[in-house]
Design a protein. Sequence first.
Length: 241
Amino acid sequence: MWRVALRPRWLAALAFALAMAGIFAALSQWQLDRSIEQASVVERDTETAVALSSVATPQSTISTDASGRKVTAQCSFVPGDDVVITQRYSENREGSWLVRHCQTPEGYSLAVAAGWLDGLERTAETFEKSAELIGRYVPTESPQESDFLAGENQVVSVAELINLWVKPGPVYGGYLVLDQAPQGLASIVTVPPETDRELNWLNIFYAAEWVIFALFALYLWYRLVKDVWERELEEALSNSG
């Protein structure tokens, strides 16, 4: 079969098939680039604060619309339920976050990252019994194996926090990072979520089609060479018989 493939005629056919495959591959790349360039930007206002209750409900996972957006919440802090989250960094300095248990007038629980601590010492600042909080609502972090009873929490996990709070009740699935930390704490820096883009799937489908055409051009050359080889082989066997 290789003797047939190396004939000038089929070498020229191979060169033509490779050229066509190259053209099809280039067209596929062009369609892929177009799908990325024409991707529609999903605009989502995350910086205008809205009521937490309008975008999230307790005992449910955080939605795409609620994730990373600024919200307001009217609630009061529960004394004795503070938790220190270690190994948090601010401007290349290691410290801790003070996470507090906040309850809404409806009795729903919300974890609030009040601020950053330089070390493990808790702030002596006290909050008003009831206050309107403003901050960024973010998804809970994954639980980890740690001795949280000894104060070795390293993640803000709602699933772990409800085991530390005395009377959690219905709990929001995410936690709130305050925009302005109280006296004695440094504010935790948050950033808006990245803008989502929706790809043009029709262009991606066309790109896949061009890839198939490129592979078919090479397969067609192989099939033609094999057919010639099989025909010549049959003729040789027939003549020898």
